[in-house]
Design a protein. Structure first.
Length: 590
């Protein structure tokens, strides 16, 4: 290592360390600070003076300590062994560190992200003499019971395979030898590295059209997110942001889930670790942890590491996207990440923007969310494949104030806005997504997809239901002024039908085994039954039937019970209740 890449600490300010003598180091190089080898990253250079954000506690550091540059940017290890692991913000495997050091991990503790001793069964799908390039799949490893890890040629490499053989290998073993066009030979292992701040390349990005089914009725029916799309969940403390993130991580229609706990409370990550091994994936029947990667950077961990955790998570997500999988990334929460940016910006004495956040907050958020999308993955020949990365970020504005700079910057970038309402949360309405202030810019495309692939009536039903909820809001203003007795029979029916929509359709019990997840087939049938009652009741009113008799029909109780009907009984139950509804209303009309 060059002596010119070794410097000395001249100043320590919390997580910020200033070192001189770093002229040959580069921006974003990883450095080791002091004899404890604390990991840091260069975030600013002035001549031979480097500003370093240190990802560990800096208490006790002082001027004169040695700083050594590794000469490489902050990178993650990508290969078999990622699934089911829990890493910190700079991809250190926490379970491995705990096993080695106990509950109190010492500063400077290090362990490779991927287990170097574990042996994997590699099955080659290419042979010597094949021409390959970056992104081509050359073999597979069965990483878990439900996930096949596809071993790819790293981006930027191309040539002819000189050697490749199936067998049992560790991640650092050579599985193939590649000869490039200059006649140079390169070893290919099961593992590759990638800098976290650079998005992994692809051939082209496509426009999202198909919905990402989550099993949450409010989201799938009224405010859908498309596969490869972006969404934000802002809301005040206690409104259920983390619960929604957990629900999406559990049930969203994705092959791989990357969950980033960025600056949130440790007990929330503990809930994930306790719940996920016990929960079964509805598609495969195996534990959800068999397709999940956790990045834990909780509020009691060093603040600077929050900034890295977001990039670590999305780089791992891009890696599985490049295999042709559908990946969902949950970031909880980007507000804590932005607070880490604000702290480092303040210590660097940069000109502050709104509320002290750096002026580049918006561009940093955009660079994160824009790494989501549907892409044609890097590949050659007949290996063309589509990869999907959907990014969903929670935002925690102080007091639920949506004028907060982080919330406003996020809303300018994402396409779906799930507005959490503390009033709904206090009324125990989950998910507490306010249907009057939320929106999805994917709605038209998703409606077209559902009309073509599920039922041609969907968009009409959804529009009528949303209109009914909006009219209820207007009628409630009148009721507060003059009372419900002054309403017409037609308006009373609207109020009661909207209440049925809220309580029997939008409200969902995440702790109930059946109600926690609702398939799209069942969602449409539930919505159809509620709206069918409203349509038929309007006809009965027009024929002079008393409104109290309509609202007292037994079918209303049956509609409310639909949410607890098991999936396999949905079709039969729907047909029976539809017939019952028509019969009861026709008897009233007679």
């Amino acid at each position: 290592m060059n002596k010119s890449s070794q410097g000395q600490v001249v100043k320590v300010s919390g997580p910020l360390v200033i070192a001189k003598g770093m002229r040959d180091a580069d921006m974003f190089d990883v450095v080791e600070v002091s004899e404890n080898r604390l990991i840091g990253e260069i975030i600013e250079m002035h001549g031979d003076e480097a500003s370093i954000q240190v990802y560990e506690e800096t208490a006790g550091l002082g001027p004169g300590e040695i700083v050594v540059s590794r000469g490489t940017p902050l990178s993650v290890e990508l290969g078999p062994g990622l699934i089911g692991e829990i890493f910190d913000g700079i991809q250190r495997p926490l379970e491995t560190l705990v096993a080695a050091e106990g509950d109190r991990i010492t500063r400077g503790a290090y362990s490779p992200a991927l287990n170097r001793e574990k042996v994997w069964d590699f099955s080659a799908i290419c042979q010597a003499g094949d021409r390959v390039s970056g992104g081509d799949i050359i073999g597979v490893v069965q990483e878990t019971e439900i996930l096949e890890h596809r071993v790819m040629i790293p981006p930027g490499k191309a040539g002819t395979l000189c050697e490749i053989q199936s067998g049992r290998y560790r991640v650092s073993d050579v599985i193939a030898v590649l000869e490039n066009d200059r006649g140079e030979r390169e070893d290919i292992t099961l593992m590759q590295r990638w800098p976290v701040r650079i998005g992994r390349p692809y051939i082209e990005k496509k426009s999202p059209t198909a919905p990402l089914f989550t099993g949450q009725r409010t989201i799938d029916t009224f405010f859908p997110v498309a596969k490869g799309g972006t969404a934000a969940v802002p809301g005040p403390f206690g409104s259920g942001k983390t619960v929604i993130q957990h629900q999406l991580a559990k049930w969203a229609e994705a092959d791989v889930v990357v969950y980033i706990g960025c600056g949130e409370r440790g007990n929330e990550m503990t809930d994930v670790l306790m719940e996920f091994p016990e929960l079964l994936d509805p598609k495969s029947g195996y534990s959800l942890l068999k397709r999940t990667i956790l990045i834990a950077n909780t509020s009691d961990m060093p603040v600077a590491a929050r900034e890295a955790s977001i990039y670590t998570g999305i780089t791992i997500a891009e890696y599985f996207r490049d295999m042709g999988y559908s990946v969902s990334l949950m970031a909880d929460s980007t507000s804590r990440w932005a607070e880490a940016l604000r702290e480092m910006s303040g210590r660097l004495e940069e000109m502050p923007g709104e509320e002290g956040y750096p002026a580049y907050l918006g561009s940093r958020l955009a660079s994160f969310y824009e790494r989501a999308g549907i892409v044609r993955c890097l590949s050659s020949g007949d290996q063309e494949r589509i990869g999907i990365l959907t990014a969903i970020g929670a935002v925690s504005p102080p007091g639920g104030d949506l004028s907060d700079p982080v919330a406003q910057s996020t809303l300018r970038i994402v396409q779906v806005f799930w507005s959490l309402d503390s009033n709904l949360a206090y009324r125990r309405h989950f998910p507490a997504i306010n249907w009057l202030t939320s929106y999805s810019l994917y709605q038209a495309k998703v409606d077209a997809w559902l009309n073509d692939n599920i039922t041609p009536d969907f968009s009409g039903l959804r529009l009528d239901a949303m209109t009914l909820l909006q009219e209820e809001s207007e009628l409630e203003e009148i009721v507060r002024l003059i009372g419900q007795d002054a309403l017409s029979d037609s308006d009373r029916l609207k109020l009661e039908s909207a209440r049925s929509l809220r309580e029997d359709f939008l409200h969902q019990n995440s702790f109930d085994e059946v109600d926690t997840y609702t398939s799209m087939n069942k969602q449409i049938k539930m919505l159809s039954l509620v709206m069918h009652f409203y349509y038929e009741a309007q006809k009965a009113l027009a024929h002079g039937v008393d409104i109290d008799r309509i609202l007292g029909l037994p079918i209303r109780e049956e509609i409310a019970r639909f949410r607890y009907v098991p999936e396999h009984e949905t079709d039969r139950w729907y047909v029976q209740r539809s017939e019952q509804l028509v019969q009861e209303l026709s008897e009233l009309s007679d």
